[in-house]
Design a protein around this ligand. Structure first.
Ligand SMILES: Nc1ncnc2c1ncn2[C@@H]1O[C@H](COP(=O)(O)OP(=O)(O)OP(=O)(O)O)[C@@H](O)[C@H]1O
Length: 571
């Protein structure tokens, strides 16, 4: 709760103005019953029209003032809520961005989507309505009770006898609603995850003609969602209707007791009428309390989810005294490196040295750990044993952004953002000029593609680059790398999606790019890495062979030779 209230701190002024106006709005509602009292007991018997008009004008003024206050409460109150919602969302997104790859390996994107949208909207509503409505309600109840007391103490107490019961019922249902909404939240999250997954994979669904099966799954989830929602609404309906009944009991109590006291001469007709009207005003704060009680579980569940993610500590952390990685020579050492994904051990005591400017290729069977070996260098994951050094310093001693700025990775799965060609290429250097972007595009053999589009660099690539071919996407990621210009390169199957002719051209470009840079190449097609300074064969037993293409071919019964023979057997 302390964390929640800390979000109000920057908006103290807004909060107090909103609160003040809200209380005025609540209390000024009491003007009407009081004026009615005055009308019936004083003004009507006197027959003085001047006073009647004067009192009516006074009431009109109160209403005009209250209208203005209403505007402030509704607009500024929601401004407070939306400001807090925005701040929490910014904090959450900033934190999510800092989390490590392992978190994303194990977290559904749909869940994060729910956290960032639905959950926080509920938190925003609670932030605004929660304290404000409760406070208005309490103040209006106290104000009403005070006015009632000043008119007739006994009747005031009778009128309020039921109020505690209404509050007890509200608290009882609040507990039930909290549980129901927690379940509902989890369903929304499942739902978002499914939509994200299945709509993202719609091409696969259609290719396998699996629409009916997916529709069945969707129906089941949708039905579970409906059932959970209905459960929550049932509790809500029970709460609203029982509160309604109790509130109407208050009116009946006042009617009976008020009639009695009026007949006894303890109450004037005007006071009796005022009591009845105040009992109607009482409903408003009680309904507000009820509304907060309905809102609260949503908001609290949303905020709890937010704090859960905030408590996630990134596996990969920057040391306090980390230094920036600058003037990189590109000397890399893997020293007895051990690593595993959770329980699964992938790398065992790997040691290797890569000299500045060298191109080292990793080949070997699928799943042996080549990609993992490279992913440890930019610290997407941290080693569980041993260490990796760049230019003699452990990579954990460098600041994370400078380490990653100096390492460029062209991956097997190219991710393009929905946007233009320019946006995607310039992602490597957001402040790049058009000349620089064109230069990178030319080097990545993309010029003819860009020139072929009427809108050139402003061509929209579609979600995840769906309007481009695999080879084109790969060349865009290579163009990005030309712009980023890092001293250390990781090319993970960088040319795998290219036809042989384009591959040769790109290979030339990549050779140019890797000149003077330390380059780690992961490749299955041996033709692309023949000229590497050294080739390492990685298997489940670690690095089993190392040498130049020729040296490795000459090893009798060698693994590299076997891979080579298998690839060239039919050529
Ligand atoms: N994020 C992950 N979480 C858990 N296990 C993983 C993860 N990424 C890879 N693995 C596992 O680690 C092992 C090594 O995977 P890696 O991708 O490094 O192999 P690779 O040699 O690059 O394979 P390929 O040549 O097919 O790309 C595999 O068994 C794989 O299933």
């Amino acid at each position: 709760m302390r964390r929640f209230f800390s979000y109000y701190t920057p908006y103290k002024m807004l909060f107090f103005v909103d609160f003040f106006c809200a209380v005025l709005v609540g209390l000024l509602e009491l003007a009407f019953p009081l004026i009615v009292n005055l009308f019936i007991d004083e003004l009507l018997p006197s027959g003085n029209w001047q006073w009647i008009l004067f009192a009516s004008a006074g009431l009109l003024l109160v209403y005009a003032f209250n209208t203005f206050m209403q505007f402030i409460v509704t607009y500024w109150g929601h401004m407070l809520g939306t400001n807090i919602e925005r701040d929490i969302r910014n904090d959450l997104y900033a934190h999510i961005q800092r989390l490590s790859h392992s978190f994303f390996d194990n977290t559904k994107t749909g869940k994060l989507l729910t956290r960032l949208t639905n959950d926080l909207m509920n938190v925003g509503e609670m932030a605004h309505h929660g304290p404000e409505d409760l406070f208005i309600a309490v103040m209006t109840l106290l104000g009403a009770f005070g006015v009632m007391l000043s008119i007739h103490a006994e009747l005031a107490v009778i009128s309020f006898i039921i109020v505690p019961f209404i509050l007890i019922i509200a608290i009882y249902f609040n507990k039930k609603m909290t549980i129901a909404f927690r379940e509902l939240f989890s369903r929304v999250s499942d739902f978002n995850h499914m939509i994200e997954d299945k709509i993202g994979g719609i091409r696969l669904v259609q290719a396998y003609a699996n629409e009916d099966r997916e529709m069945d799954n969707f129906r089941k989830l949708n039905e579970a969602f409906r059932a959970t929602k209905l459960k929550a609404y049932k509790i809500m309906a029970l709460n609203t209707s029982s509160t309604y009944m109790l509130m109407r009991l208050v009116t009946v109590f006042i009617l009976i007791a008020g009639a009695y006291y009026t007949m006894q001469g303890e109450l004037t007709f005007g006071e009796f009428a005022a009591f009845i009207l105040i009992s109607n005003i009482l409903f408003k704060p009680l309904e507000k309390i009820n509304a907060v009680i309905e809102l609260y579980p949503n908001g609290i569940a949303g905020f709890k989810h937010f704090t859960e993610i905030l408590r996630e500590v990134p596996d990969v952390q920057e040391k306090e005294n980390a230094v920036p990685l600058t003037d990189v020579r590109g000397h890399i050492e893997y020293d007895n490196v051990t690593f595993g994904y959770e329980a699964k051990k992938v790398l065992n005591n790997i040691s290797l040295t890569i000299h500045p400017g060298e191109t080292i290729a990793f080949v070997g069977p699928s799943g042996a750990g080549k990609t993992t070996l490279a992913a440890l260098l930019p610290r997407f994951y941290d080693v569980s044993g041993g260490g990796i050094r760049i230019d003699g310093t452990d990579i954990r001693d460098y600041t994370l952004p400078t380490l990653r700025e100096n390492i460029g990775t062209v991956q097997q799965d190219v991710f393009l953002f929905s946007g233009t060609l320019r946006d995607n290429v310039a992602y490597g250097k957001p402040d790049a000029t058009d000349e620089e972007v064109y230069d990178a595009i030319e080097k990545a053999q993309l010029k003819s593609l860009v020139d072929g589009y009427p809108r050139g660099l402003d061509t929209v690539v579609g979600e995840r680059g769906v309007k481009l071919s695999g080879g084109q996407k790969q060349r865009i990621s290579i163009a990005r790398m030309f712009l980023k210009n890092p001293p250390i390169l990781i090319l993970d199957e960088a040319t795998s999606a290219l036809d042989t002719a384009t591959e040769l051209e790109i290979q030339k470009a990549l050779n140019l790019l890797s000149k003077g840079r330390t380059t780690l190449v992961i490749a299955h097609r041996l033709a692309t890495i023949k000229n590497a300074n050294r080739i390492m064969v990685v298997t489940n037993d670690g690095i089993v062979e190392s040498g130049t293409h020729e040296e490795l071919l000459n090893i009798d019964n060698g693994k590299y030779r076997a891979l080579h023979d298998a690839q060239y057997r039919f050529s």
